[in-house]
Design a protein around this ligand. Structure first.
Ligand code: NAD
Length: 289
């Protein structure tokens, strides 16, 4: 007997949301993908196409799917109401507190109490989000890295109110996506970004203050430290707007000026040079043919 695929809601189809959607589809889930901006949904179709074509080549073990089947597994929509019927929602809207707060209020009013919310944030504590809902026990942090379908592990943040049942459900969901999970506590930036964003910011300052080429900064990290990617190419992949919003959020939380975004980073964001997603950041990118 055929098993009905499970349907997961994904809200926000930007850099990470599109990639989480692709990861879910590659692992046999159906997805309702919501974004308020239709062109972002068009881009998410391209990300899914690329993931189906190249994902299994880059990460052996990822299943090979028929592209038409993969595209048919996603409902691309601008309407939040289309999430009705999803068993779980992964939220990936911009790293801006008021945007997230307004969205969680709407999601909470729309969806039954048993539906859990996975907060894919770079810095906002899960407890702060959970407090905006009537189901704090069903709210948990899931920090995917980009591109989600090529990464083997996910950082999971358990809030004070997150129930054991919710944690178990999410660990099972992530296991179904072929992920290892690392559960950490609930503090701004968590383990990954409290550390990495200082690193991105200082790398930007090394370019700004000392005229070092971005490629040289990254080469030191790749060749000397053995990192797969250097800090500036990683920042470009994340999106420099998201990096700057995350630094601002960490600065608000900790009041520590080390999190004040460098002038170069702010200048790049102000001029729309956001990294891979706009074709230019610390590096220049050509579109994939
Ligand atoms: N970029 C990464 O590598 C990465 C990794 C992990 C977590 N995150 C976190 O994920 C979230 C998204 O980051 P991003 O880099 O993809 O940002 P992004 O700016 O690329 O995309 C955000 C998307 O959210 C959409 N959006 C905004 N408000 C919305 C709403 N009310 N309803 C539906 N869609 C809405 C925007 O149109 C946009 O497409 C942030 O909280 C970020 O901190 C990002």
């Amino acid at each position: 007997m055929a098993v009905t695929p499970r349907t997961i809601g994904v809200v926000g189809a930007g850099s990470i949301g599109a990639s989480v959607c692709a990861d879910l589809v590659l692992h046999g889930f159906h997805v309702v993908l919501v974004d308020t901006v239709p062109t972002q949904l068009d881009r998410a179709r391209e990300v899914l196409t690329e993931a189906v074509r190249f994902g299994p080549m880059v990460r052996p073990g990822l299943p090979r799917l028929d592209l038409a089947d993969a595209l048919a597994a996603v409902r691309f929509t601008t309407e939040l109401e289309d999430l009705t019927g999803c068993e779980f929602v992964v939220e990936n809207v911009s790293e801006h507190w008021e945007t997230k707060r307004e969205l969680y209020r709407r999601l909470d009013a729309l969806l039954p109490a048993e539906v859990g919310f996975g907060v894919n944030t770079s810095s906002i504590p899960v407890g702060r989000v959970a407090a905006e809902t009537s189901r704090p026990d069903r709210v948990i942090g899931i920090h995917f890295m980009n591109p989600a379908y090529l990464k083997e592990a996910v950082e999971v943040m358990r809030g004070d109110a997150t129930s054991q049942e919710c944690l178990d459900d999410v660990l099972a969901l992530l296991s179904g996506m072929g992920k290892e999970t690392i559960v950490v506590g609930d503090f701004p930036g968590f383990v990954s970004n409290r550390i990495s964003h200082l690193f991105f910011n200082e790398a930007s300052r090394v370019v700004e203050d000392h005229g070092v080429e971005p490629a040289v900064v990254d080469e030191v990290f790749r060749k000397c430290f053995g990192h797969l990617m250097g800090p500036l190419e990683t920042a470009d992949l994340i999106g420099l707007d998201t990096v700057l919003l995350t630094l601002e959020s960490l600065h608000d939380s900790y009041g520590d000026d080390r999190f004040l975004g460098s002038a170069l980073l702010r200048d790049k964001v102000a001029s729309g040079r956001l990294g891979r997603k706009t074709g230019e950041g610390f590096y220049t990118y050509r579109p994939t043919p």
